[in-house]
Write a protein that binds this ligand. Structure first.
Ligand code: AMP
Length: 180
């Protein structure tokens, strides 16, 4: 099964993605994680990724598509994946046509996401500055919300209240995935 997780930063995508991965035995894949690894490379592209990520902007469209396409060629993703962080724009979603059987939207308010991220302080990442977080949230509303509409129209969107307890959210996702 090809599952896509969508939600603002702090919505719990990686927590839920990893839980689902273990339960369903489907590999978890995060474009944010891939880009954080690429950002460590001392190449022109590595430096570009680091700069864009730390500022809270999105990596250029074509570059993102190339990176994702390259990863999905790997044999471990042949039978499915749990994708966190992609697609994030309408053009990425259109490119990803047959890439999502179920799309899970973890709905969390901006206030709740910011509250959670402020608790992550000790373990926060280099790209989690208040300015970058604010920009990412703004971008989510502007460019990722149309992606939700796209999947809503397709009938593949599953909306989940992401403000409940981790266990409850996991249960609800599993229930909705099997039931719909
Ligand atoms: P995340 O961990 O999903 O918040 O991603 C961290 C950063 O990686 C984002 O702020 C972007 O700079 C980059 N990134 C991740 N996924 C994408 C994507 N689908 N399109 C463009 N940039 C992305």
């Amino acid at each position: 099964m090809k599952i896509v997780l969508i939600g603002i930063q702090g919505a719990g995508k990686s927590t839920q993605g990893n839980l689902l991965s273990r339960k369903l035995k489907i590999p978890y894949l995060s474009t944010g994680h891939i880009f954080r690894e690429l950002a460590k490379e001392k190449t022109k592209f590595g430096r570009y990724v680091k700069e864009v990520m730390n500022a809270g902007y999105l990596i250029h469209g074509k570059k993102t598509l190339a990176v994702v396409a390259e990863y999905l060629k790997r044999p471990e993703y042949k039978d499915g994946y749990i994708m966190d962080g992609f697609p994030r724009t309408l053009s990425q979603a259109e490119f990803f046509k047959d890439g999502a059987d179920k799309v899970i939207y973890l709905k969390v308010s901006d206030e709740e996401a910011l509250r959670r991220l402020s608790f992550r302080n000790g373990e926060s990442r280099e790209d989690e500055t208040p300015k970058a977080i604010a920009r990412r949230i703004k971008l989510f509303h502007r460019v990722t919300e149309p992606v939700l509409d796209y999947y809503r129209k397709k009938g593949t969107l599953i909306e989940i209240d992401g403000e409940k307890l981790i266990k409850e959210i996991n249960k609800e996702i599993l229930h909705k995935i099997n039931g719909s």
